[in-house]
Design a protein around this ligand. Structure first.
Ligand code: DSN
Length: 401
C-alpha cells in the first residue's frame, strides 16, 4: 500500500471540505448534493461495465444495472415530461456532442447563441470539436441585452440552419422555448434546448419547459438541479436509436452507473414538494439580492434577474471583473468574471453571481444583506478588510442555522 500517497490525497480532500465550509459559493453553476446522492456516488455499482442501453448490453451481469438505469430514465421523464431520457452522458458538454451526432451530418449548419453573450463553448463554437465538424452562425442579444426572437428569426432565415440551439451560461432571464420552436419550424430546423442552468427551475415549473417543443434537450445535473456532476439528454421518441448509437459507440464508452444512480436520486428529490420550495427560494433570494444591489448603486445586466443568477455590470465602476473575482476569492468568496453580453467579449466587465448553492445551505435575508454589503465594500469602497469581516460573520451565522 502506498499509504503516504493515499494520505496525501485524503488530506487534500479534507482540505477541500474545509474550503467549502469556509467559503461563500456564489458560482451560479455550483451547488451542494444531498447525503443520498453522495451515498449513491460511492456505491459498488461503479465496478460494473454496462455498455449499451437497458436490456441491450454488451456485458453480462447487468440485471441490476438495467433496472436501475430504466428506473432513473422513468424518473427523469416524469420530472421533465419528455418522451425519452438517457442518463449516460458523462457531462453536459458530452451530452451536446451526442445530440449533434444523433441529428446532424458533418458540415451541417448550426445557429447558436454567441459565446460572448453566454452561448456555451460546446455549442459548435470554434473552441470545441463540434465547431470543427459543423458550420456555425451565432445570434446576439439586442441592445437591451435581451434574447430577441426577431433577431433570431432573421438570422435563421438568412443562414438556413439544420439545428437551432437555445441555452446560455449567463442569461439572467427566462428563455421562451416556444418562440425558438416556432422559428425552427419556419426554417425546417431541429431545435435543441440546453437547459443546464435553469434545469431546476424548469423541473419545478417555475420557468417554461422546452419538453413540448424541443427535438432534443441537453442538461447538466449538478447546477440548479442539485444532483451529481454529469449530463442528461432527453428527446422525442423518434430519436431513440440515433441518440443511443451516437452515445455508444459514437461518443462514449461504458456508463458510470454510480453517477446514474446518483442522478436518479436527484430526480426523485426534485419530484418532491420540498424541491419546488427550494427553487422558489432560489428565485426569491436572487430577486432580493438584485434589489439590495440596485439600492447600493450597482448596475445589473438586463436590469435584474428572474432565475438563479445575476450579472453585475462593472463597466460603470471601471474595475476589471477578474480583479474583483480574485479579491473575493482572497476572502473566501467564489464568483465568476465574464464579459457582459452584447459587448465585444474581450473585456471581463461583468461579475456573475448565483444563489443556488447558498440557498441549499439555507442562507437567509440577513446573509444576502451581508453579501450585498461585501460586494459594495469590495467593488465600490475598495475596503477588503471590512468585506472579509462580514464574510466571516456570515459563515459563523450559517453554521448556527
Ligand atoms: N461551466 C458552466 C458554467 O459555469 O456556467 C457551464 O458549463
Amino acid at each position: 500500500m502506498r499509504s503516504r500517497e493515499i494520505s496525501t490525497i485524503r488530506n487534500l480532500l479534507k482540505k477541500e471540505d474545509v474550503r467549502q465550509r469556509e467559503t461563500i459559493c456564489l458560482i451560479a453553476s455550483e451547488n451542494y448534493i444531498s447525503q443520498n446522492v453522495k451515498e449513491a456516488l460511492s456505491s459498488n455499482i461503479i465496478n460494473k461495465y454496462a455498455e449499451g442501453i437497458p436490456y441491450k448490453r454488451h456485458y453480462p451481469g447487468c440485471m441490476i444495472a438495467d433496472k436501475l438505469e430504466e428506473y432513473g430514465e422513468k424518473l427523469a421523464k416524469k420530472l421533465f415530461k419528455t418522451d425519452e431520457a438517457n442518463l449516460q452522458p458523462y457531462s453536459g458538454s458530452i451530452a451536446n456532442l451526442i445530440a449533434f451526432k444523433a441529428i446532424l451530418k458533418k458540415g451541417d449548419i448550426v445557429l447558436a447563441m454567441h459565446p460572448y453573450d453566454g452561448g456555451h463553448s460546446t455549442h459548435a463554437t470554434k473552441y470545441n470539436i463540434s465547431g470543427q465538424i459543423y458550420k456555425t452562425f451565432f445570434y446576439r442579444v439586442n441592445r437591451d441585452g435581451l434574447i430577441d426572437y426577431d433577431i433570431i428569426r432573421r438570422s435563421a432565415k438568412k443562414t438556413r440552419p439544420t439545428l437551432i440551439i437555445a441555452g446560455s451560461s449567463f442569461y439572467p432571464q427566462e428563455i421562451n422555448y416556444k418562440s425558438f420552436y416556432e422559428i425552427a419550424k419556419e426554417v425546417g430546423a431541429y431545435f435543441l434546448a440546453d437547459i443546464a442552468h435553469p434545469a431546476g427551475l424548469i423541473a419545478a415549473n417555475l420557468h417554461n419547459s422546452p419538453a413540448e417543443y424541443a427535438d432534443i434537450i441537453t442538461s447538466t445535473t449538478h447546477k440548479t438541479l442539485r444532483g451529481p456532476r454529469g449530463g442528461l439528454i432527453m428527446f422525442k421518441s423518434k430519436f431513440k436509436r440515433a441518440v443511443s448509437e451516437a452515445l455508444y459507440p459514437g461518443v462514449q464508452g461504458g456508463p458510470l452507473l454510480n453517477v446514474i444512480a446518483a442522478k436518479a436520486i436527484a430526480f426523485a428529490e426534485a419530484l418532491d414538494e420540498s424541491f419546488i420550495k427550494y427553487q422558489r427560494m432560489v428565485v426569491h433570494n436572487t430577486m432580493f439580492l438584485c434589489q439590495l444591489l440596485k439600492e447600493l448603486g450597482f448596475k445589473l445586466y438586463t436590469g435584474g434577474s428572474t432565475n438563479h443568477l445575476i450579472i453585475i455590470d462593472l463597466k460603470p465602476v471601471g474595475i476589471n471583473a477578474s480583479q474583483i473575482e480574485k479579491e473575493l476569492e482572497s476572502i473566501n468568496i467564489t464568483s465568476n468574471a465574464l464579459p457582459v453580453p452584447g459587448r465585444d467579449g474581450k473585456t471581463a466587465d461583468g461579475l456573475r453571481i448565483g444563489t443556488a448553492a447558498i440557498t441549499t445551505l439555507g442562507y437567509q435575508e440577513c446573509d444576502l444583506q451581508g453579501i450585498a454589503e461585501i460586494l459594495y465594500y469590495i467593488i465600490i469602497k475598495r475596503e477588503i478588510d471590512r468585506a472579509s469581516k462580514i464574510q466571516k460573520s456570515i459563515i459563523r451565522r450559517v453554521k448556527n442555522y
